[in-house]
Design a protein. Structure first.
Length: 171
């Protein structure tokens, strides 16, 4: 077993480009840096860190469409494990990480839309363009539609609850 102790502990997982941009925003990682250094001060950092498995043998990683490398924090408790073993994220762990990032991203987007609509009185396009600029994402159709869908689903729930209020008040 030949392990390089000078390298930073890291894992690579498959993440959608919009979610990668959100992780870069959360962990203040510049777009020019290939890896994202996570901290355990943020819930996403804890989620990623908690799904890492140590192994004595290297695990062959499958090719992924959008590989993102995360640099893990070294603490007093994990320093031996991350320096002396190979790090790995199982497919199930990868799915949990993706779901957790997506969940937090959608909640963050909903908050931005709420502020944009109610406080700033902006229209949908202005809010989406602002979010794309803030996350340093290209304003292309796929990214625009991803964020627009989150707003659409949230607004639909609000409209359905308003309709129920109308029904309840009419009876």
């Amino acid at each position: 077993m030949n392990i390089d102790f000078s390298t930073k502990p890291q894992v690579t997982i498959n993440i959608d480009p919009v979610l990668e941009a959100y992780c870069r925003f959360i962990f203040c990682t510049p777009q020019s840096q290939t890896e994202i250094a996570v901290t355990r001060h943020h819930d996403l950092g804890k989620l990623i860190h908690s799904n890492v498995i140590t192994r004595d043998q290297r695990v062959k990683e499958s090719l992924s469409a959008n590989p993102v490398t995360f640099i893990l924090p070294v603490t007093k408790i994990n320093h031996h494990a991350v320096k002396c073993h190979f790090l790995y994220v199982s497919p199930w762990g990868e799915q949990k990480i993706q779901d957790g990032i997506e969940y937090e991203f959608k909640a963050w987007i909903r908050q931005r839309f709420e502020v944009g609509y109610n406080v700033k009185k902006w229209d949908r396009k202005t809010i989406i363009d602002t979010i794309l600029r803030g996350l340093n994402l290209r304003n292309k159709t796929a990214n625009f539609d991803t964020i627009k869908k989150i707003d659409y689903r949230n607004r639909r729930k609000i409209e359905e609850s308003r309709f129920q209020e109308l029904l309840n008040n009419c009876i």
